[in-house]
Design a protein around this ligand. Structure first.
Ligand code: PMP
Length: 410
């Protein structure tokens, strides 16, 4: 708790120019970090610097600007390596985001490894990005998708998960933090159990990586995916980490420039990892800026940040719970800074509109997690998702905003 006191949120807020703006004449209260987070000035400056002073294609030309960009691009790979505590930088593959990372594994690993009757295990709280790629793969290979259930608090039922594991299980793909519920899954224990059956483990870290220290070696997983834009970096860029021996054994996914060793019409041989999985010109300025964002997060420090966000979550949970007719969806004991809720007799979309008029940005809808909505028998929720730059005063503004919604619609 002492760390919370030393966490200077106002100083950090000053790093984010957009937080100073008004929306509809009201100070912006940005509580939609789960959808995408705002960018600190160092990230904005990095993009500007690349295009104003250093831009050229990477890995190709023998000239100064290309050398600078290549150097910074590879530096970003090392930032991701440190960010995830990955053993080697060549295990980091740049992709467009979590969605592309999961599709890469499904298609490159899955299509070449799975046969009819094999099984893939996910959980009942996955984002569509960690459902649909596996359904597509199952259609292509005849493999079967199995779903580990959760309870009414939105917590994985661990014993039921264990019961699904068997020698046919080839992969467990699990969300680290649920975007719709905030639940933190026990990924380390899940991975240990999956490995006992010889299955690989992929973690969808889209909502976890921006908010907690990730150590892929300690978690003992095989793949970890996250998106730059939720981690205070640019959109359209993210990373897939995979254990070197697993990546090396996988065939490439996209074919094209950059991913080859030599090409002839008779035969093409592929580059080594990570380049084998990075066909085509990458998003150069965005990759470099994502590296800057991750360095910025590491500089703040995850212990202090996590403690601060947890305290904010507890405060917001208490404040929101006190509102009559408000029901929180997702009340797991182990949660990150996401609060999904419904208001009795009020459509989520109406609530979102009234909150927006007050400068409060939340997400309303199904959060790309339709099965979660079905499980809780709600058509949609209102979701406030926090970042380290949010404050108690912003939680108070949200509470005031919800009272206004109730006045207008109840
Ligand atoms: N998984 C989870 C848990 C998410 O919250 C998201 C984004 N909402 C994704 C995957 C997909 O991320 P992206 O759209 O950046 O590919």
């Amino acid at each position: 708790m002492t760390e919370v006191k030393t966490f200077d949120v106002q100083k950090l807020r000053a790093d984010f120019p957009i937080l100073a703006r008004e929306v509809h004449g009201k100070p912006l209260v940005y509580l939609d970090n789960g959808a995408s987070a705002q960018k600190p000035r160092c990230v904005i400056d990095s993009i500007r610097n690349t295009y104003e002073r250093e831009y050229a294609n990477v890995h190709r030309a023998a000239h100064e600007l290309s050398a600078i960009c290549t150097d910074k691009f590879e530096q970003a790979r090392r930032s991701v390596q440190r960010f995830l505590n990955a053993p080697e930088d060549r295990e980091v593959i740049f992709v467009r985001g979590t969605t592309e990372a999961i599709n890469l594994v499904a298609q490159a690993w899955g299509r070449s490894s799975l046969k009819a009757g094999d099984e893939i295990v996910i959980t009942a709280m996955e984002h569509h990005s960690n459902i649909v790629p596996w359904q597509m793969l199952c259609e292509q290979t005849g493999a079967k998708l199995r779903v580990a259930p959760m309870d009414q608090t939105g917590t994985l039922i661990f014993d039921e998960y264990l019961k699904l594991l068997n020698p046919r299980t080839r992969l467990v793909s699990v969300v680290h933090v649920s975007n719709a519920l905030g639940t933190i899954n026990p990924v380390k224990r899940m991975a240990a159990a999956a490995h006992q059956h010889g299955a690989l483990v992929l973690v969808d870290g889209a909502q976890a990586a921006p908010h907690m220290r990730i150590d892929v070696q300690d978690l003992g997983v095989d793949f970890y995916a996250f998106s730059g834009h939720k981690a205070f970096g640019p959109s359209g860029i993210g990373a897939l980490w995979g254990r070197a021996e697993v990546l090396e054994a996988m065939p490439p996914w996209h074919g094209g420039g950059e991913m080859i060793e030599s090409v002839s019409f008779a035969k093409t041989t592929y580059a080594k990892i990570p380049h084998k999985f990075e066909a085509g010109t990458p998003s150069i300025a965005d990759t470099i800026a994502m590296g800057v964002a991750l360095e910025y997060l590491m500089e703040i420090g995850f212990d202090a940040m996590q403690a601060y966000e947890h305290e904010l979550l507890e405060y917001a949970t208490a404040q929101l719970s006190a509102i009559e007719g408000l029901r929180i969806i997702g009340t797991s004991a182990d949660k990150a800074g996401v609060i999904s809720f419904v208001l009795e007799g009020i459509h989520a979309a109406d609530a979102g509109m009234i909150l927006d008029e007050q400068g409060i940005a939340v997400r309303v809808g199904q959060h790309c997690a339709e099965p979660v909505m079905d499980f809780f028998k709600v058509p949609a929720t209102i979701r406030a998702s926090f970042a380290f730059y949010n404050t108690r005063a912003e939680v108070d503004a949200l509470v005031k905003g919800i009272h206004k919604v109730k006045e207008l619609f109840a």
